[in-house]
Design a protein around this ligand. Structure first.
Ligand code: MRU
Length: 343
């Protein structure tokens, strides 16, 4: 894995031989971004299966699935990929353990290849929505680093450029982990797409000045009604876009759409370490002992979303109908869903 914590200053690849280390890599953001987390978990499970003893393989594999499922709560791709791997064991329980290990490796590679293909198809659908010439704002990183392929939101931008459109990008820096400043800017520079990094609180200013033609972001989990969980700060961008009548697009491979989750209130929001907020490059910025909140994601209500772009086509409101039509196949198994708050 390319260690994303060190980008853009250092490009360090890590080799994992133990599934426990893959789980840690997901928790600590060596690999991040919903589709990439799903692929990494599938690969990690195939890796872990190699060293599980044959006599209690199914039981130990289930334990491993649960350990991966506990890595991060919001991106549904994680649970979707684990469920695909689990099904391989469930449906082939009678076969020799070596065959199961081979089938698991094959399934992990299929998940990887499907993501590549979904990126490509989604990007083509999305590219058609962008203007011939214009500036697109994005938040966080939904590029190749966050997926197996060319990315989702950034894939759309790359495909639009490849189709001859004159696109430039404003990248929100995306506090506190700076996925925009560090990762999106790094990817776009490599793609030779003009990019301007802004701090998160500048988006409204540039929209007011007419500098932004469209917004496109990725998603960690989109509910059946079209509510979109994505990196913290996405909701504020969507509100600003609505205020300025700028289209707000979400690039969502179907692996990130959770039809079992009725609405955004039910999406669990990861709370990460306060250190991510209080420290920058190991230097403490806040007074010692001050309270800190660090929700990693927020939910953008579906009314603020102009369209949701999947590999199977573009969903428009009402999303409860259009998403159900575009998403086929398996659910996400034991994806945590937040219990309704008692009143
Ligand atoms: O905490 P992260 O960096 O894993 O959060 C990533 C995001 O919020 C992305 O926008 C989302 O996963 C979509 S990536 C195609």
């Amino acid at each position: 894995m390319l260690d994303q914590r060190l980008l853009p200053n250092r490009e360090v690849y890590r080799l994992y031989r133990d599934s426990a280390d893959v789980i840690r890599a997901i928790k600590e953001l060596v690999v991040r971004g919903a589709p990439a987390i799903g692929v990494a978990a599938a690969m990690g499970l195939a890796l872990g299966a190699r060293s599980l003893p044959g006599d209690r393989f199914s039981r130990d594999f289930e334990k491993l699935c649960r350990a991966f499922a506990a890595a991060r709560p919001t991106a549904v791709n994680l649970f979707w990929a684990i469920e695909r791997m689990r099904r391989v064991v469930r449906e082939n329980g009678q076969r020799p353990v070596d065959t199961l290990r081979t089938l698991l490796e094959r399934e992990a590679l299929t998940i990887y290849e499907e993501d590549l293909d979904a990126n490509r198809r989604l990007s083509e659908h999305g590219a058609a929505l962008l203007p011939r010439k214009g500036t697109i704002l994005t938040h966080c990183n939904a590029g190749g680093l966050a997926t197996a392929g060319i990315g989702t939101a950034l894939g759309v931008i790359v495909a639009a450029r490849d189709a001859g459109k004159k696109i430039s990008v404003f990248a929100d820096e995306t506090r506190p982990v700076l996925q925009g400043a560090r990762l999106t800017a790094w990817e776009l520079r490599r793609e030779r797409i003009p990019v301007t990094v802004i701090t998160d609180n500048m988006a409204g200013h540039f929209m007011q000045r007419g500098k932004i033609d469209a917004v496109i972001v990725g998603t960690d989990r989109t509910a059946a009604n079209g509510d979109v969980a994505n990196k913290i700060g996405t909701y504020s961008v969507a509100v600003l876009a609505a205020r300025h009548k700028i289209p707000f697009y979400v690039a969502a491979p179907t692996s990130s759409i959770d039809l079992a989750c009725k609405n955004g209130e039910k999406i669990p929001i990861e709370e990460r370490s306060p250190d991510e907020v209080s420290h920058v490059n190991g230097k403490m910025l806040t007074p010692r002992g001050v309270k800190i909140a660090n929700p990693a994601f927020d939910v953008t209500p579906h009314e603020l979303v102009t369209a949701i772009i999947t590999e199977n086509g573009v969903a428009r409101p009402p999303y409860s109908k259009s998403l159900a039509r575009l998403v086929g196949g398996a659910g996400a198994g034991d994806a945590p869903v937040r219990k309704r708050r008692s009143t």
